[in-house]
Every structure is written in C-alpha cells, then in structure tokens.
Design a protein around this ligand. Structure first.
Ligand code: ZN
Length: 431
C-alpha cells in the first residue's frame, strides 16, 4: 500500500452511518491502525510486542496503556513512524504546561486533516459557495489555522485568510467580501461583533460563527454567557468545535448544537478515569482519543488533559456518531481549595456573566496541600463595587475568593501576552 495515497474524499464521508456500521468500520480501521503503530512507530513497537490484533475489538482498547503529552514530549522522536523524507509539515502543539511537542505530519496526514475540517464545517452547514473568514494564524508552527484553511478548500468553499488582524481590518473585509461564516476564538469574535455594532457596520451576511478554543455551552449543555453575548452581538448561529494538534481530529457541532460530533472514520473517543479505565456515557473524565488513519505520528489512547464527557444518544441531525460535551477544564488546572475540587472555568462562568466585569484573570498559588485563588478584574466603570460579583462566586463555588481591581490595560496585557488565545488562568502552584 502506498501510505501517501489519498483516501479522504468528502463525498464518501460516513457521518450518517448507523451505530452498528460505525462499530464495524472503526473495528477494521483500528486493527489496521494498531498494526501500523507496531510496525512503524518505535515507541509502539516496544509497547505492543507480539500483541495479536486479528480479533481485536474496540472494547479491547482498554488493555493498551494510555499515553499523554508528557510521554509524547519526552520520547518525541520514538513516535515518528515514517522516514524523515516523508514528513511534509512540522508543527508544535501549544502547551500550557511542560515543553511543546513536535508533531510530524505526512502528506496523508495533511490530506486527512483537510478532510477532517471539511467534514466538521459541513456539519455546521458550510458548503460550496460559502465565503469563510479565518481570523486565526496560519503560520507560527501551529496546525489549527492551516487545517481550517485546507478544510475550507476541500469543501469547495472560499477561504479569506485575514488571520490575526485588527478589528478595523476585519470590518473592512466583512463589508467588502461579505463572508457567510467566520472561524475564530469566541472572546475575540465577541469584541469584533460589539465593534461592528458600535460602528453601525452591517454584518448580517455572517450566518455562522465557528468557535475554537473556548466552549460555548456549560455542563448542562445550556448556552454559556460567552455564547449568549455572541448571539447578541451577531445575527448568526454559533458552533463549538474541539480539537488538538496531537489528535488531528476535530469535534464540531451540527445544526442541533448539542455537542461536537466525532468523525467516526477518523478517531475513537473514550472518557477515562485517573487510571485510564473507560467511563460510561455522561460521566466526567479525561478526553482520550485514538486517532485513526494517521501515518506520521500515530497515537493510541492519547489523554488530552482536557476534562469533559461523552454523549452517545443519536442526535436530532440524524448522525449516530458519539459527541463530546463542553470542556469543563484542564486536568492540570484542577484546584483543591479547602476540600472542594473545582476548575477555573467555574469562576470564568460567573465572571463572564457579570455585567460589572470588563476583563479578568485568575492566579492560583499553594504548596500542594491546599490551593489558593485570587481573581484580578478590570471594571467596566470606575467605582463599581464588587460585592455582588463576590456573592455570585460564593453561590457558584461555595468559596470566598479574594478579588482585586486593576487598570484595564494591566489586565489585558496579562491576558493577551502569552498565547494566541486569551489566557485567564495563571498557575503559580508549586508542583
Ligand atoms: Zn448532530
């Protein structure tokens, strides 16, 4: 088999297969994937030994140990399963903790990625003839922006690569080119939507916002306050999408907007407990993905470090593939304060919906026994009191958390200084 031959045709996407057909397809692809891992990846060659995959079922996956970013980073080279001259793109996965991992993509992987994003965009209703404004970077060794661009092309839609640019520049593009869809980070799209409204710039051409990096739903699948603010600022539908560089697979919401769909031919999704045991649908645990049909750096049971849950009931859109709910938090960001376990997102939810707060960030500190949190805020107007916000935080978290007011400039500088995405959690805890 020529491992570089393209096998990803959007006309043959299997999004609407039934549960049994998905199981059969995934079993076949999984066996092929495991064989490829053992034969070509030095890491998995050592790990899998003479494991017999001929009768291997999806339920047997739990017999194989999980892997994570720390292992991938430490043994980076051992995960590469192709000769150097078959690598077409080298990216780095962004990490909030530890060293960045190098990810090698082959021609097959880039083609697979284009297909992955095309299928995701299609589930959100984008198709041929749509103009898609991309407000994310396509370079800097990140894969996401390139994946969106390739996905738009693969779908037969038109990409407008305005990237990370000023509000004025995006406003000009929207006026001139009338995109039907925008891909971007929701908190940025909120700023852009408010800017357009304040300047009386017509944005009614935009019918869909594809939102990356920050969830739009809460744990009960209700639209979050960030999602509500987007709906107020735009006359567009909002779609959440979840992905990472390592899993090379995205989970994008459909028109029913109740969780991101797994492309069943591209990955197997598990939610696992601390020891790596799979948890039932609806249970909260670590999002763990086995990406299928990858050749450059194939992975088995990759623990993403993100905490979420799976929904396996058939969707109103007609797809039977499992869905992923909103990411509740990063495993590494889990806080233990006076016996309460909580993720920073719980505080974000309150702060996002507080009309007094313009911008904010959190700092965690502690020595490993009990964590401490302090919230830093910039207010919309000088002189507003913070009592109401503090009460809301206490009601949500049952914790009394100190808050400090800072000038807007200082807070924004901190939030937007370290990453392409806004960073609102700073972890100063001793390991
Ligand atoms: Zn659906």
């Amino acid at each position: 088999m020529n491992r570089n031959a393209s096998r990803f045709d959007t006309n043959q996407a299997c999004s609407f297969l039934g549960v049994e057909a998905i199981r059969q397809l995934q079993t076949r692809l999984l066996r092929r994937h495991l064989k490829l891992c053992r034969e070509h990846s030095p890491y998995y060659h050592n790990l899998l030994g003479d494991f017999d995959f001929s009768g291997f079922k999806i339920g047997d996956l739990a017999r194989i140990p999980t892997t994570d970013k720390a292992i991938l980073s430490e043994k980076n080279d051992l995960f590469t399963a192709v000769p150097e001259d078959e690598i077409r793109d080298i990216s780095f996965s962004s990490g909030t903790t530890g060293a960045a991992c190098r990810i090698n993509y082959t021609e097959n992987d880039l083609d697979r990625l284009a297909y992955n994003d095309a299928v995701g965009f299609a589930s959100a209703g984008i198709g041929r003839g749509d103009r898609v404004l991309l407000t994310c970077t396509i370079d800097r060794c990140f894969i996401a922006g390139l994946a969106y661009y390739m996905g738009v092309r693969k779908l037969g839609a038109t990409a407008i690569r305005n990237g990370i640019n000023s509000l004025e520049s995006h406003a000009d593009i929207i006026t001139q080119l009338k995109p039907s869809s925008i891909v971007g980070v929701p908190s940025f799209l909120r700023h852009l939507g408010i800017f357009l409204k304040e300047n009386k710039i017509d944005s009614t051409c935009v019918r869909r916002l594809i939102c990356i990096g920050e969830p739009l739903r809460d744990e009960n699948m209700e639209t979050s306050s960030l999602g509500k603010q987007l709906l107020q600022a735009w006359s567009a539908q909002i779609f959440s999408t979840y992905a990472s560089s390592e899993i090379v697979t995205s989970f994008t919401e459909c028109s029913a907007q109740c969780g991101g769909h797994l492309p069943p031919d591209l990955a197997i999704l598990e939610i696992v407990d601390e020891s790596g045991n799979p948890l039932p649908s609806g249970a909260i645990g670590e999002v763990t993905v086995t990406p299928l049909q990858v050749t450059g750096m194939p992975l088995i049971r990759f623990r993403t470090g993100d905490i979420g849950f799976m929904i396996d009931k058939p969707c109103r859109c007609g797809r039977s593939s499992p869905r992923i709910g909103p990411i509740i938090g990063r495993k590494a960001h889990m806080l233990k304060i006076k016996g309460t376990t909580i993720f920073p997102t719980a505080f974000f939810t309150v702060l996002d919906s507080s009309p007094e707060i313009a911008e904010y960030y959190l700092e965690a500190s502690g020595d490993g026994l009990s964590d401490r949190v302090e919230i830093f805020v910039a207010l919309k107007k000088q002189g507003i009191r913070l009592d109401h916000v503090a009460k809301r935080i206490q009601a949500r978290s049952r914790l009394s958390v100190p808050m400090r007011e800072l000038p807007m400039e200082d807070v924004r500088k901190k939030v937007f200084s370290t990453s392409r995405k806004p960073v609102r959690f700073f972890d100063l805890r001793k390991a």
